[in-house]
Design a protein around this ligand. Structure first.
Ligand code: NAI
Length: 338
């Protein structure tokens, strides 16, 4: 029986990188029945709803999605389709492993960066509760609940135990948001007590940003509310080579959607030069989730070998290759044993 997977190419560079990811996943030999679902800013505008029903129905059927980015207009218009998808399918955990690729030279090549960011995915300032109190005065509500904070903390600690990670650092601004971030921390502490073998620490978000730039090698697993997770994970991506290479997973109890951290990159869309590494590595996380551990490892090795050799890299990481050329190189590595 093939694994059923919903493929959402998205828009901008989305279709270019998603098709590349599908090619390399198919090249691992894992039998996947792809259910392709179109979702673009234009389709959303035409449907006049942030998340057309056919997308949710497909993922409810297959339970697993691989997704390219979808453009969200800044200010005004409909709310983010990505936020809507995460809320509708209750994909409460956003998991972003950040580590260096072999051979890829960055400012941090002389230290080992290997961290995983766990970002709460359903609430905080992303609740979308904004209103204009009187003319020119707007409030945006930050929502933090015990339920959501506890389950992301539990998910993070369970992952740490399973993957033999040593330390969980909860990131917060509870010195200012004493109630909201205070509750997030209380929940994290309560969960931490059930995992005595894992060290638990807390760090204020602004200090986290500085520490990450100065000594990124100190971080292991980071646990944080939605907004800090959004910002810190882009910062972390910048340490290891940029948005083109960092993968991500949105996971709930029933469904999982795998996608890169980056957006639709309108500045390079349609040029065939986008780096598909991030979504390919998200695809490897998806293969792990499907129980195809061996294929996931072979895919990672095949991508890493392209970096190690350094001949077929895309422009964002210092090469001159097109998306297709990079993808061909990964497929060839898979064919020759990963
Ligand atoms: P972005 O991630 O699309 O681009 C930021 C910069 O990184 C650009 O210079 C871009 O060319 C570069 N970049 C990103 N991915 C790349 C790749 N794979 N290869 C090479 N270079 C890459 O962020 P931006 O410009 O803030 O957002 C553009 C649109 O994407 C917005 O409408 C935003 O809302 C949406 N977005 C969607 C996401 C999703 O669907 N999950 C996530 C983040 C943003």
């Amino acid at each position: 029986m093939p694994h059923k997977v919903t493929l959402i190419p998205g828009d901008g560079i989305g279709p270019e990188v998603a098709v590349a990811a599908m090619r390399v996943i198919d090249a691992t030999g894992v039998d996947i029945a792809w259910e392709r679902v179109e979702l673009t800013a234009d389709i959303i505008a035409a449907h006049r709803e942030e998340l057309p029903a056919h997308v949710v129905e497909s993922i409810r059927r297959t339970r697993v999605g691989l997704k390219g980015p979808v453009t969200t207009p800044v200010a005004g218009g409909y709310t983010s389709v990505n936020v809507a998808l995460r809320k509708r399918l209750d994909l409460f955990a956003n998991v972003r492993p950040v580590r260096q690729l072999p051979g890829l030279k960055t400012r941090y090549s002389d230290v080992v960066i290997d961290m995983v960011i766990f970002r709460e995915n359903t609430e905080d300032l992303y609740a979308g509760l904004e209103h204009e109190v009187v003319a020119d005065v707007v409030t945006s509500l930050k929502v933090i609940t015990r339920t959501a904070s506890t389950r992301i903390a539990r998910h993070a600690f369970e992952y740490a135990r399973k993957m033999k990670r040593r330390r969980v650092t909860a990131v917060h601004k509870a010195n200012i948001m004493k109630l909201g971030d205070g509750l997030f921390l209380r929940c994290a502490r309560e969960v931490a007590r059930g995992f005595p073998e894992i060290e638990y620490k807390e760090l204020i978000v602004d200090n986290t940003a500085m520490q990450m730039v100065m000594r990124p090698e100190q971080f292991d697993l980071l646990l944080m509310p939605n907004l800090y997770g959004d910002i810190i994970s882009d910062l972390a991506a910048g340490l290891v080579g940029g948005l083109g290479i960092v993968p991500g997973a949105n996971v709930g109890d029933e469904y999982a959607v795998f996608e890169a951290v980056h957006g639709s990159a309108p500045d390079i869309a349609g040029k065939g030069i986008a780096n598909p590494t991030a979504i390919m590595m998200s695809g490897a996380m998806m293969l792990d989730h499907l129980g195809e551990i061996d294929a996931a490892a072979r895919l990672r090795n095949a991508v890493e070998r392209v970096y190690q050799e350094g001949h077929h890299l895309t422009g964002d990481v210092g090469g001159t290759a097109s998306t297709a050329e990079f993808t061909d190189a990964v497929v060839q590595n898979l064919a020759s044993g990963g």
